[in-house]
Design a protein around this ligand. Sequence first.
Ligand SMILES: [Zn+2]
Ligand SMILES: [Zn+2]
Length: 377
Amino acid sequence: KAAAFRSADRNEEALQEYFCYLWLVVQTFFSLSLYFFFFSLLALFPDNASSCKTLPTFSGERQVPSQLLDSADFECSLCMRLFYEPVTTPCGHTFCLKCLERCLDHNPNCPLCKENLSEYLATRAYNKTLLMEELLQRYFCDELAERQKVHEEEMKELSNLNQEVPIFVCTMAFPTIPCPLHVFEPRYRLMIRRSMETGTKQFGMCIADELKGFADHGCMLEVRDVKFFPDGRSVVDTIGIACFKVLSHGQRDGYHTAKIEYLEDKKVEGEELTELLKLHDSVYDQALGWFTSLKDDMKNQIISHFGQLPVKDSDPQGNPNGPAWCWWLLAVLPLENKAQLTILAMNALKDRLVAIRRVLIFVTRKRQESANLQCIS
Ligand SMILES: [Zn+2]
Ligand SMILES: [Zn+2]
C-alpha cells in the first residue's frame, strides 16, 4: 500500500513538472509575440511624428501611417493633379469639374468609359462629390491648400484683362451696341465659361485677319445673359463697352488672346471744339434724315436688331469712345467689315464724323440712283 502511495506521489511530481514546463513554453511564446507585435508597431510609426496624418474620431485622435496614404490615388485622370471640386458622372467616374466640362465641350461621352452623358450634360447637375472632398481635406490638407493656391493663381491670371484678354474672332462689334452670339465651338464655350467664372464677364471681339489670325482693333464685349442649350451650345447676349488696339497676339487653351490698349478719343478745346460741335450736329441731322427716309420694313428690321437711333449727345466728348449714335450708325449702315474697322480704329471724333458723313452721302446717292433707274424702266 505504501509502495502504491509513493508511486502515486512520483506521478503527481512528474505531472507538476510537466505543467511547469508547459507554462514556461506558453510564457515564452507570448513574450516573443508581444515583442514582435511592438517591434512591428515601431516600424509602422517612424520617429517623425509629423509624417503621420491624424484622423479625428469621437474617442480622440486616430493616426494613419503616412506611407499608407498616397495623393496619387486622388488625382484627376484628366489633369493628373489632385482633384479640385470633384464631380462624379452617372457612370461612376470622378473628375475635377472644370476638367470634365472641357471634355464635354468636345463630345458628350465619359472621358474614361465613353458612356453617353448627354442627359447629365443637359441637366448640368454637376454636384460635388462631398465624400471625396472630405477625404482630401482630412488626409491631404497641405496638398489641397497648394492645389487651391494654383487654382486661385490661374483665376487671377484669367481675370487680368490688360495682360491677356480672350478674343472671340467672329464679327464687328461697337461700343454701346448689342451683339448676340451663338456659341458652339468648344474653344469659345470654354472662353465664355471662364469669363463668367472669373466674374469679368468680358472678352474682346475682333474680325478675322488672314495673316495675324485676328484684326489689330476690336471692341470689348460685356456678357449680359447666357442661355445654355441641353447639348452645351449657348446664346450669349453681349453689349459693346470699349474700343481697343491690339498690342500683341497670343493663344490660350485653343482660343486667341491679346495684350490690348483701350482707345480714347483725343479731346479738343476752344475753336476746334466749336467746329466739332457744329459737325456733330449736322452729321446727326443727316443720319436722322437717312433713317427716317428708309422703308418701314427696313426700319423695323433695324430697330428690332439694334434698337432706335440713340438721341444726340449734349456733350459729344463725354464718353471716351464718343457718342453712341455714331456706333449705332456704323452697325446699321451697309458697310463692309474692313471699312467699319477703319472707322473703329480712329481716335478722333472729328475723323469718325467725317467718315460717317461720307458714307451717308454715298448711300443716299446710291438710293437716289436706283430710284431713278426704277423710274426709267
Ligand atoms: Zn482635373
Ligand atoms: Zn465613365
